[in-house]
Design a protein around this ligand. Structure first.
Ligand SMILES: Cc1cc2nc3c(=O)[nH]c(=O)nc-3n(C[C@H](O)[C@H](O)[C@H](O)COP(=O)(O)OP(=O)(O)OC[C@H]3O[C@@H](n4cnc5c(N)ncnc54)[C@H](O)[C@@H]3O)c2cc1C
Length: 418
């Protein structure tokens, strides 16, 4: 069986590695002229770290990322509201990592080239459309430099081509554009002194107004006694509903974001200086798409952001793409025909991923953060004076169910390596 994967992002590359591990041939194409370590930080949850570890990449992750110790919420004055420990310390057999998205992509790319061969990833090659045949799929692909259109034949086509997936557009031609709820994100990386545990994801403020997320992403910087701090500044803008096309590489300006966060100096974190110290700022609207009632047909399917783009509030976009990839390979390897394999994959993944899209959109934890900002706009001494024990317990529950699998269930689930 030969699988053609459109998109060499986190999901597409993990799919290639997973298929290879399952004894299935894969070719990955990407429209980018070359794959460079783009983006800023992302979090890999224990369920994704398990899959990459079983693909033999645990050592690289540990050498590159930061094993996240805790995720903690603060108000916009830096007062601690609530937090929870992450990864190994709550009993998962695998850590949670905060890592540079581009460095993770380069780890995956190197592994694909080493294991599947140097020609397994073809860049500058854009998916342009597919034709389904009873015996396979023919994909039209365009060479970005010459403009030439050629055909690639495969047994299965996987659209791992991100938010503006061309495979999804052909499968679901009547779908509206991505949906924007009005939150703009500015993102950057700045070197700074370590803060709190040195391995904390700190989330301050609320998405109802302003929010600032900061976490260290570099093991190398940590060994030098420094922190490479990934930050995301979020602001609810008026005019929700209309936006330019979302582009992960669009540059933003410090002067657009700094005025909102000028007073955010917490003692343990200096937000304005993180913004001004970032060599480059990126601007991206927080978008997703409505969940799909089906992903694919016969020999064609979707994976990762192409299947279920989600708000990053659950820190799960990359993690869910990785789990998709592993389940896809497992399903294809353990089914009689490609169509049966893809049906099994979709049955295992679609409802779960769709539920996370909706849970991230609902932002239950954010409602409580907003409640804190309304009840204690100038800060507080003890959170117990602001939120009841029941409200705090609801916060904890809301967060866990949005983002994390049950510890025992993940630890005891059989491996997805066929
Ligand atoms: C350049 C870039 C930077 C990003 N930076 C961040 C970040 O800083 N923080 C964060 O949380 N998330 C970031 N993301 C998104 C994040 O990687 C995804 O949400 C998540 O990892 C799921 O990955 P994915 O593989 O499904 O999609 P993506 O990572 O979006 O990968 C999709 C891939 O498909 C390729 N592609 C698109 N159209 C075609 C086509 N027609 N033919 C062939 N290939 C095509 C793209 O070039 C890309 O490599 C970024 C994505 C990209 C592409």
């Amino acid at each position: 069986m030969r699988v053609l994967i459109a998109g060499a992002g986190i999901g597409g590359l993990t799919a290639a590695l997973s298929l290879h591990a399952a004894g299935i041939d894969a070719l990955v194409i990407d429209s980018a002229a070359s794959l460079r370590p783009l983006g800023v930080g992302i979090n890999l949850m224990p369920h994704a770290v398990r899959e990459l570890t079983e693909l033999g990449l645990g050592g690289e992750l540990a050498a590159t990322g930061i094993p996240t110790a805790e995720m903690v919420h603060f108000d916009r004055h830096g007062n601690r509201i609530w937090g929870f420990a992450c990864g190994l310390s709550v009993g998962y057999r695998w850590p949670q990592y905060s890592i540079h998205r581009g460095e993770l992509q380069m780890i995956l790319l190197a592994a694909v080239r080493a294991r599947l061969g140097p020609g397994a990833v073809r860049t500058g090659t854009a998916f342009a459309g597919f034709t389904s045949l009873p015996s396979g799929v023919v994909a039209g692909v365009r060479d970005r430099s010459s403009g030439a259109l050629t055909a690639l034949t495969a047994d299965v086509l996987v659209g791992a081509d991100g938010l503006y997936s061309g495979v999804r557009a052909q499968l679901h031609p009547d779908e509206p554009p991505p949906r924007w709820g009005g939150i703009m994100m500015w993102r950057g990386i700045a070197e700074a002194p370590p803060f709190l545990t040195g391995r904390t994801v700190a989330i301050s403020g609320t998405n109802a107004a302003l929010k600032f997320v900061a976490y260290p992403i570099s093991r190398q910087a940590e060994t030098r006694g420094r922190a490479m701090v990934n930050w995301v500044a979020e602001a609810m803008l008026p005019g929700a509903g209309s936006m330019d096309a979302a582009d992960w590489n669009r540059s933003g300006r410090a002067e657009d974001v700094l005025p909102w966060f000028e007073a955010w100096k917490f003692g343990w974190l200096d937000v304005p200086s993180l913004i001004t110290e970032a060599p480059r700022i990126l601007e991206y609207p927080m978008v997703d798409r409505d969940p799909l009632p089906s992903w694919g047909q016969n020999r064609v399917t979707l994976l990762g952001d192409a299947a279920h783009p989600m708000y990053p509030v659950g820190a799960n976009g990359g993690s869910q793409a990785i789990v998709d990839a592993r389940v896809l390979a497992y399903s294809l390897a353990s089914s009689g025909t490609p169509a049966e394999g893809l049906a099994a994959y979709e049955a295992a993944r679609r409802e779960t991923a769709n539920a996370i899209v909706l849970a991230c959109r609902d932002m239950p934890a954010d409602r409580l953060l907003h409640t804190v900002s309304v009840r204690a706009p100038d800060g507080f001494g003890r959170i117990e004076d602001v939120l009841s024990a029941t409200e705090l317990a609801a916060f904890d529950e809301a967060y866990r169910t949005t983002t994390l699998p049950d510890v025992a269930a993940l630890n005891s689930r059989p491996s997805l390596t066929p």
